[in-house]
Each structure stands twice: as C-alpha cells, then as structure tokens.
Design a protein around this ligand. Structure first.
Ligand code: MF3
Ligand code: CO
Ligand code: CO
Length: 271
C-alpha cells in the first residue's frame, strides 16, 4: 500500500479510500448521537447512556475510541453543566434543567469519526438555551471558513469574535484536531486567535471544529483525582458542539452532519 501523504507540518492528505472510510465512521458517529438523544431525560444515570453507546457502537461493527484511550475508562465523554469536556460517565443522575454534552468517536474499519452535541435535559433555562444556541452558531461560523486556500487560523478568529460579541468566552486549553487515521492528528485547530495565520487548507484534509463556550470565564480546571474531568473555574455552565469535516476541491463536506439532529446545513457553507 502507498504511504500516506503528509504535508510538511504533518497533516495527512487523505486518499479516496481513506476519505470513504472516514465518511462511514463519521456517519456512524452522528447516528449514535441521534440514537442516544432520546435517552437524555431526568432520572437516568450517565453510566446508562455509556452502556447504550457501547452496545450501539459494537452492534454497528465498530469500537468506541474513548474506551482505554490513554486510560479513559468509558465509551464516550458526557459533560454536564459546568463540565467543559471529558466528563466520565458515572452514577450521576441527570436532572431537569441540565445541559448534557455527548461526545462520541467510533472506530469503524480502522477509521475515526468524532462528533459531539449539547442536549437539554427536560426544560432548561433561557440562559442555557442562549448559551447552547450561541455555541451551535459559533461552530458554523468556524465551518464557514473551511475551503481550500483559506488559512487555518481564520476558523478560530471568526469563532472567538462571534462568541465574545455575544458576551460569552471561548475555551483555549482544548482544541479541534485532525482526525480519521488516528484519534488526534495534526493540525491543532484553535477556537480563538488572530486571522490569516497557520496552514493553508488543502483538499483531502480532515479535522474537527469543536468550540467550548462558557457563560463566564474561559479558564479551565482539570480534576486531578480522575485525571480527565475539565470544569469551568467559576462553576458557570459550558456548551460544546463538534463536527468532523473534509476540505473538498471547492469547500467543505461536513462528514458528521445528520439532518435529523442538526437540521439543514446553513447555505453560507462553501460546497
Ligand atoms: N472526543 C474528544 C475530542 O473531541 C476526545 C475525548 S478523549 C477521551 O477530541 F479519552 F476522553 F475520550
Ligand atoms: Co474531537
Ligand atoms: Co469528540
């Protein structure tokens, strides 16, 4: 088999076969979120959602990438309220009014697809509604910047500008990333920063955009007792959305898009 092509900065340029594989794992990732969505309600434990994720993934011929990844003990990340990311499923019981991020990454035929979505648990406050909507919209402000020839840093620049204009903050300690052949590849995709810097986007690049947006301060705390759980410093809530996407000859293909969950893609994206 031909060696996989990489840019000088170590970004894989995926070939047709790899793209098809990552397209399939990404489609399974988004189908997993569609499946799990209905189980998010007051009274369920996050462990029960983890078990459903594990079974659904195996039933579709894949394995959950998080399980055993650098020692992560479960099949997906579940991050509730002030947990920014990498929440570990547990006996925690979901409550009415919680906001719940599910982050799934199946490995199907060796290929990774990575997506997450923040769901309301029952009725949520207007403050949380607005946080979720802003984070959703910020994700697409980033995706709008994905087309060949554009510079990588314009993604984060647009996201940060949008988020801060609305009075929220965007997390800096965790980023998007190349994905597909490995879980986390080059490049690092910042959700903040200055315009017109970094790599030029090229057809065949595949990466995630996954902004974490906070009601309060952007700074994070890592729970040293479990080594994973990341929370906000001020205890205020955080939301996140994540898509895996391919740079095409003319624009972007959102590989983890699923209309049932995400609705129609905005027509501001370059096809
Ligand atoms: N899915 C996360 C991401 O978007 C990574 C989770 S790593 C884990 O990059 F080990 F916590 F699962
Ligand atoms: Co990711
Ligand atoms: Co993810």
């Amino acid at each position: 088999m031909a060696r996989t092509k990489k840019t000088r900065s170590g970004i894989y340029i995926k070939n047709a076969e790899q793209i098809e594989g990552i397209r399939k794992s990404s489609a399974l990732a988004s189908k997993t979120l569609v499946y799990l969505k209905d189980f998010i309600k007051p009274g369920v434990t996050t462990n029960s959602i983890d078990e459903l994720c594990y079974e659904f993934t195996l039933d579709h011929g894949a394995v959950p990438a998080p399980l055993g990844y650098h020692g992560f003990p479960k099949s997906l990340c579940i991050s509730v309220n002030d947990v920014i990311c990498h929440g570990i499923p547990s006996e925690r019981v979901l409550q009415e009014g919680d906001i719940v991020n599910l982050d799934v990454t199946p490995i199907l035929d060796g290929y990774f697809g990575d997506t997450n979505y923040t769901f309301p648990c029952g009725e949520i406050s207007e403050e949380n509604e607005k946080l979720i909507q802003t984070t959703f919209d910020a994700t697409f402000k980033g995706i709008e910047q994905v087309f060949p020839g554009n510079r990588l840093s314009n993604i984060g620049f647009k996201i940060q500008k949008f988020v801060e204009k609305k009075g929220y903050s965007v997390v800096r300690d965790y980023t998007g990333h190349g994905v597909g052949i490995e879980f986390h590849e080059a490049p690092t995709v910042l959700h903040y920063g200055r315009p017109n810097r970094g790599e030029k986007l090229m057809p065949g690049m595949i990466f995630t955009i996954e902004p974490m947006v906070n009601l309060g301060k952007y700074k994070t705390i890592l729970d040293e007792s479990d080594g994973w759980t990341v929370t906000t410093v001020d205890g205020k809530n955080s939301a996140q959305f994540e898509h895996t996407m391919l740079v095409t000859e003319t624009g972007v293909e959102v590989l983890t898009h699923n209309e049932e969950l995400w609705g129609k893609l905005p027509d501001t994206l370059k096809k």
